[in-house]
Design a protein around this ligand. Structure first.
Ligand code: HEC
Ligand SMILES: [Cu+2]
Length: 324
């Protein structure tokens, strides 16, 4: 498999290829110029040749400045071209279908908004933006789909995201491209791009009993979050966890938190995104919500990565955006 025979099956892939070939072409031209001149002068001034080797020409500033400026402009042009593509490649559109991906030695686990789970496989609809929200349970992995021209490191303790719009139904390889231990080479699978009706059918065939948001809601009670955080406003009676008595703790309501600015007690204001909610659960002492006390216990080592995604989807749904 190489860049010439590899299918280009995502919306961005042709653009990435164009940039790659432009860079390659530019490099070959420079190489040809340097080697061409070198060979020409080798022949021209070879030992037996009686060419005039007199005074070298005077230095011309006009020429020096012209070629320096031209190269500078050329490199800035390449930089802007690459930067523009890079920024777009890593900025998922807001309406993207969100699939969570957890890497671990040595497999990829994915979960769809409807609760469908798969291992070392990813079923996605054609023509729709798909965002992968990714993290690792152990070491650094790297999620790569060559046919889509995307790859990104997947790190423990952090969220990374990738997005793509598949353009051709079919099956493509997915790989871990970061050496991650004994069975690294087996850590891969298949991305299956389906037409919209086929995708609906696949979702129905693999339907889970509960979607991600509903799982998150159940976990919210199971982990005792609801004992402190009453979900106010939207009529959800917070099931009281009787095993823990948190009735004296005043905790902020989580409705409308996700996606909105949160004032902290050190004066900063941060937007509650996935990372913020994740850190709030694992490292509650790090960012304290203004006018509240640091009374929330850390759930680090208690809540798994997969459950964190579900809790976040639930908290996101409290802000009116269903976790898709
Ligand atoms: C002992 C009571 C308690 C429990 C249990 C608890 N929290 Fe909290 N939580 C708090 C308090 C108090 C704060 C505000 C202080 C802070 O930011 O640490 C808070 C803050 C938060 C925030 C930030 C809210 C905002 O407005 O920015 C989130 C998100 C959160 N908790 C989620 C959870 C989740 C999910 C669970 C269950 C896994 C949970 N909490 C369990 C007391 C609790
Ligand atoms: Cu790996």
């Amino acid at each position: 498999m190489n860049a010439l025979t590899l299918p280009a099956a995502s919306a961005n892939a042709p653009e990435v290829d164009l940039l790659l070939f432009a860079l390659l072409g530019g490099t070959v031209l420079v190489l040809a110029l340097v080697f061409g001149l070198m060979l020409r002068y080798v022949a021209h001034y070879r030992y037996t040749n009686t060419k005039d080797r007199g005074r070298p020409e005077e230095k011309t500033w006009r020429f020096e400045i012209a070629w320096t400026a031209a190269t500078l402009l050329l490199f800035f042009g390449l930089f802007l071209w690459g930067a523009d593509l890079y920024v777009r490649q890593f900025q998922p559109p807001p309406n993207a279908l969100r699939i969570s991906v957890v890497g671990k030695q040595w497999m990829w686990k994915a979960e769809h908004p409807g609760g469908q789970r798969e291992i070392n496989a990813l079923h996605v609809p054609v023509g729709r933006a798909v965002e992968l929200l990714m993290t690792s349970e152990d070491v650094i992995h790297d999620f790569a789909i060559p046919a889509f021209r995307i790859k990104h490191d997947v790190l423990p303790g952090r969220y990374e995201s990738l997005w793509f719009t598949a353009t051709e139904p079919g099956a493509y390889h997915l790989f871990c491209t970061q050496f991650c231990g004994t069975d690294h080479s087996a850590m891969g699978g298949e991305v299956v791009v389906l037409t919209q009706p086929d995708y609906e059918r696949w979702l129905a065939d693999n339907a889970a009993s509960v979607g991600v948001v509903a799982q998150g809601r159940a976990l919210f009670t199971r982990y005792g979050c609801s004992g402190c955080h009453q979900a106010e406003g939207r009529g959800q009676a917070a099931a009281v966890d009787r095993t823990k008595n948190y009735s004296s703790v005043r905790a902020p309501p989580l409705d409308g938190v996700y996606g909105h600015p949160v004032p902290l007690n050190d004066g900063r204001v941060v937007v509650a995104d996935d990372k913020y909610v994740r850190d709030s659960i694992l490292m509650p002492a790090q960012d304290i919500v203004a006018s509240y006390d640091n009374r929330m216990p850390s759930f680090s080592g208690v809540v798994s990565e997969a459950d964190l995604f579900r809790l976040i989807a639930y908290i996101k749904s409290l802000s009116g955006s269903e976790g898709s």
